[in-house]
Design a protein around this ligand. Structure first.
Ligand code: ADP
Length: 513
């Protein structure tokens, strides 16, 4: 029995019939407000302005019919049950009324059926409301899953996918027919230890939530990181029927984390390199300075042995030169950093420049008992390059200087050849060589294969960093091939255009390096 008072609109022109029905309903215990109307005008007004739980209507009215009233009610309030109460109107018409939406049709001489008809109609309304509510709720939930920015999948207890949201397909790159009906293990990357999956299954099969990070593989074979939660869905008897997995793509986050770790390692390394550099620098600057001061004092001594004069002066000059080269390196690197190194390009005769370098280092190499040779390419033409001769000389000087420094026996060889659009130089030595894992690092600032090198060989670890910078400023590249204990070959390339040769005669600015 309805608890709340019903709002009933009743269309009836016969007042005694109306009274009969009202009395009947009251006696059946219905609680209601009743709006009794007897013509079309009042019916229309109430339908439009009122809000009713039930419409009762006579069929035959003087200038209106129950059918027309039904039509209007269908338009204005289709969810309100409409019951027709009338004298006999014929079976066909009654069927028509039901087809057109009346919930029931009661003959006035069988009013006993009315309470049941009303209850049934009201129950149907309630059920429909509940159904709609449930559908709305379901729609809301499914929308929440469908449009969720995290990837969601529902599997059966064996891990076979029964549902996946669009984000799931987007993340793994598979289409629905490649996923639905298949196990989630299709996404395994092979990057995780098997124990992780074992623990995962143990956790979820025991009804607990598994939470963790997995590396998965998408259809293209690319790896991605997922932050994953898997929980179980229980059936009526509390048995596990499904699992639902929620995956957040954390690939970018992981990459950033790894970048941060790398940056931290780099920062720590650079910190350490700077400390080593400072220690080396103080050694590099103090040693020659001490020697310069010491020998100058000796020269100033009135009891000084004249025979040693020239040796002392040579030592002072040598140490002065070393000091100058350390200070030049520091100035060079600061200039390179602040973009103050200016490249002045002109035509440079490569053979001439290389020969001059050979001359400059001749005695230094000879003093160490090692050969220094130059190999020019077999060519009828002179090789000219449009570049900066001072910078090329600085590059070759650094490489040859190192080669002599790190070679105790054998020879140094300077050569060059044209390769495609580049002129490639090589400075080869038969020295101590460079361990393979160091061959890239030595071009970084302050890098020395062995931190003790600066004591043994001198140097500050800046030469190759400067050299690399200069080569790149000239538009080339630098690299090394080396075998420990056997020697090293340093290469660098410079842009080279063959057509320059034809310009030789027109050019008057061949560099006299
Ligand atoms: P340094 O002033 O220490 O020579 P460089 O930047 O010129 O600084 O060189 C960096 C490091 O590279 C050297 O300390 C040495 O360990 C290694 N190296 C450079 N050239 C050679 C070479 N020809 N043979 C062996 N090792 C070399």
């Amino acid at each position: 029995m309805p608890e709340q008072k019903l709002n009933v609109l009743y269309l009836e022109d016969n007042m005694s019939d109306a009274e009969l029905i009202i009395t009947r309903l009251k006696s059946e215990g219905f609680q209601f407000h009743l709006k009794l109307v007897s013509d079309e005008k009042a019916f229309v007004e109430n339908i439009i302005s009122g809000s009713f739980d039930l419409i009762l209507s006579d069929y035959n009215l003087p200038a209106y019919t129950g059918r027309e009233a039904l039509k209007l009610a269908n338009e204005k309030c289709p969810q309100v049950p409409f019951i027709c109460i009338s004298g006999a109107i014929g079976e066909d018409l009654a069927v028509e009324m039901l087809k057109e939406g009346a919930v029931d049709y009661i003959l006035k001489d069988k009013l006993g059926k009315l309470p049941l008809a009303i209850r049934r109609a009201l129950n149907e309304v309630l059920e429909r409301k509940a159904r709609n509510e449930a559908e709305r709720e379901l729609h809301k939930l499914s929308q929440a899953v469908e449009s969720n920015p995290v990837s969601i999948a529902i599997t059966n207890v064996k891990g076979v996918v029964e549902y996946a949201n669009p984000r799931f397909y987007e993340l793994c790159g598979y289409s629905s027919h490649e996923i639905l009906g298949h196990k989630t293990s299709i996404l395994k990357s092979g990057e995780m230890p098997p124990e992780v999956y074992k623990e995962l299954w143990q956790t979820i099969l025991s009804g607990n939530i598994w939470h963790g990070e997995l590396i998965n593989k998408n259809k293209k074979g690319e790896l991605y990181w997922g932050n994953i939660s898997i929980s179980s869905i229980l059936g009526k008897d509390d048995e596990i029927t499904h699992f639902v997995s929620v995956t957040e793509d954390i690939t970018e986050k992981k990459k950033n984390e790894q970048e941060l770790i790398k940056a931290k390692v780099r920062a720590e390394e650079s910190d350490m390199l700077k400390s080593t550099f400072l220690a080396n620098m103080s050694h590099e600057i103090r040693t020659p300075l001490n020697s310069i001061i010491g020998f100058s004092e000796l020269l100033a001594d009135p009891d000084f042995d004249e025979k040693q004069k020239s040796e002392f002066i040579r030592t002072i000059i040598q140490n002065g030169t070393n000091l100058l080269s350390v200070i030049s390196d520091i100035i060079d690197i600061s200039k390179l950093d602040s973009g103050q190194v200016i490249i002045r390009k002109h035509l440079v005769s490569v053979s001439q420049l290389v020969n001059e370098v050979q001359k400059d280092f001749f005695y230094k190499a000879k003093d160490k008992g090692i050969g220094l040779r130059v190999i020019h390419p077999l060519s009828d033409h002179e090789i000219l390059v449009e570049s900066d001769s001072d910078r090329i000389r600085q590059i070759i000087n650094n490489l040859v200087g190192n080669a002599i420094k790190f070679t105790d026996s054998g020879y140094i060889e300077i050569s060059y050849h044209v390769k495609g659009d580049y002129l490639v130089f090589r400075v080869k030595d038969t020295g101590i060589g460079i361990p393979h894992d160091f061959q890239k690092k030595i071009f970084e600032r302050f890098r020395q294969v062995d931190a003790g090198f600066s004591r043994k060989y001198g140097g500050n670890g800046l030469g190759l960093a400067i050299t690399k910078n200069l080569v790149e400023l000239l538009g080339g590249e630098i690299w090394v091939n080396s075998e420990p204990e056997q020697g090293s070959s340093f290469y660098f390339s410079l842009p080279y255009r063959l057509e320059l040769k034809s310009n030789i005669s027109e050019s008057s600015s061949v560099e006299k390096a």
